[in-house]
Write a protein that binds this ligand. Structure first.
Ligand SMILES: *Cc1c(COP(=O)(O)O)cnc(C)c1O
Length: 501
């Protein structure tokens, strides 16, 4: 299977999956996509249902990463999703009443769904370096709105031939997320705050990536840049796995019949997670509507409802910071599928020049075939957390709550339309990562401002604090730097970490 950039209009530059994973972003600024979508049928779903998560993962990955040996994929999946790292299984499914199911994706070491991809991606990269005969050190640059940073640091720490540097918006992450990052262990890691928001961090990192002078300089020092952001195909493909695996679990538990359609709601930021669900649907999984849930930053809701993407709007800081985004990078992949590389490239050009584009009618219709969208403001986020806990004794984090809001509304709409389907909501973080906001949503003013607040939440709800978060109490703070949001300031920080002058 070959991979092409979403902006390679003449399909001139095919790369292997190992190359796509090694490079992250394509040289023309586009994202890598496979040249075809492998299929999965009911028979295969039935046989996957009998396998463990790691074997399901290897089976799905092998359809896309065709230059990896099956044994390499099994090895990678087993190391990534071990019992020791994922408490109580790689994923979990909770039932909220008759129609709603919650897919818990936060059993991993950093308590957020990013672990699902970032525990396996470093292993895929290691193999990719070997396969491509790479001798240089990979320097991974990450812009994070909170969860990616920690999950990437945890995945890449002390991996040979790799260094990792993470930029986060100084006031755009929760206290817990910040503590998780600035206390990161490992000899090859660095963490730096920027005086700006997530889009500033992401723009800065993107500009460093496209700085040719800088990449020459790195090259002379035996270093090349690579990305762990969700634009990397190595992030995306492990995310396809859990949608397929969740469906298998529902079949295996007798909750649904093989072939039964389910809808899926995803709390969305960079559009990576929901795009993985779309890939699974394109493969042939019986998925009905894919519901894109946003918070008050509802740029994607507007896009999916009107076909107009317009980032010229106010940016809000919310209690679901991982969804506080005005540029959703992976949306480019959907445009590529729906519009082809030429129009995709045009839209992206318009976006960077004017901050706005409108897709053609046929593209809009193609998107509407699979997607719908909804958004949840701060008040309703709190309300959903409270009502979900009262009604189902289920504690949802702020991101999951936004999605549940959309799922509950979709359930009502489905009932009105006579559509009898279950809705699977992706739950992307442990409530303990956002303990203060979850407590406030439950109607209690937290007594603590620091991470002690997790014990208040535990006491109030009778649920357990995840062990990796409890361990932060005694963690040493290692990273205190904060720099300006300009590319130049960020570049200086990178150079100093990489040890080049
Ligand atoms: C990253 C993240 C999201 C958004 O996922 P995308 O793939 O960027 O759309 C949602 N919720 C949480 C908790 C996250 O960490």
């Amino acid at each position: 299977m070959k991979y092409y950039s979403t902006r390679d209009t003449e399909k001139k530059n095919p790369v292997s999956s190992a190359q796509a994973i090694k490079q992250g972003i394509a040289p023309d600024g586009g994202l890598y996509m496979p040249d075809s979508v492998p299929k999965i049928d009911e028979k295969e779903i039935a046989s996957l249902s009998e396998l463990s998560y790691t074997k399901r993962a290897a089976a799905v990955l092998s359809k896309f990463l065709t230059d990896y040996k099956y044994e390499e994929l099994v090895f990678s999946a087993e190391a990534a999703y071990s019992e020791e790292k994922f408490r109580g299984g790689a994923t979990g499914i909770a039932a909220l009443g008759d129609k709603q199911r919650v897919l818990e994706l936060w059993h991993g070491p950093t308590c957020a769904f990013k672990d699902m991809a970032l525990q396996i991606m470093p292993r895929l990269l290691s193999f990719a370096l070997e396969k491509t005969g790479e001798k240089r050190t990979a320097l991974i640059l990450v812009a994070t709105s909170g969860d990616t940073g920690k999950a990437a640091l945890e995945g890449y720490k002390d991996v040979d031939h790799v260094k990792i540097m993470v930029f986060y918006p100084e006031n755009g992450v929760s206290a817990m997320q910040k503590l998780q990052m600035i206390s990161q262990t490992g000899g090859n890691v660095n963490v730096c705050a920027i005086k700006g928001n997530f889009d500033d961090a992401q723009t800065g990192v993107k500009r460093i990536f496209s700085d040719e002078e800088f990449s020459d300089k790195l090259n002379k020092n035996g270093i090349f840049l690579s990305s762990a952001n969700s634009i990397n195909w190595g992030r995306l493909v492990p995310q396809i796995v859990y949608y397929i695996s969740a469906y298998c679990d529902l079949v295996k538990n007798g909750d649904i019949k093989l072939g039964e359609i389910i809808d899926i709601t995803v709390p969305t930021g960079n559009f990576g997670n929901i795009f993985a669900a779309y890939m699974a649907k394109l493969m042939g999984m019986p998925f009905g509507r894919l519901i894109c849930a946003s918070n008050r930053n509802n740029i994607l809701t507007d896009f999916i409802n009107t076909g107009i993407y317009d980032r010229n709007r106010e940016f809000y800081t919310t209690m679901s910071p991982s969804m506080d985004i005005l540029i959703s990078s992976n949306l480019e992949r959907l445009l590529y599928v729906a519009a082809g590389p030429t129009r995709c490239t045009e839209y992206m050009k318009k976006l960077s020049e004017t901050g706005r584009y409108e897709v053609d009618r046929d593209v809009f219709e193609k998107i509407r075939e699979s997607f719908s969208a909804d958004f949840c403001d701060e008040e309703n986020t709190a309300k959903v957390i409270k009502e979900t806990f009262e009604k189902y004794s289920y504690l949802a984090d702020t991101h999951t709550a936004c999605a549940l809001y959309a799922s509950y509304r979709a359930e009502n709409k489905n009932a009105a339309d006579g559509r009898n389907v279950k809705i699977l909501t992706a739950s992307t973080a442990s409530p303990y990562k956002f303990a203060a906001d979850v407590l406030r949503s439950l109607g209690k003013n937290p007594d603590h401002t620091d991470f002690e607040v997790i014990y208040e939440l535990s006491e109030l709800t009778g649920t357990a604090v995840p062990a990796p978060l409890a361990a932060l109490r005694d963690a040493e703070i290692r990273f205190k730097d904060s720099v300006g949001k300009s590319k130049e300031d960020m570049l200086k920080a990178v150079e100093s970490f990489a040890g080049i002058i």
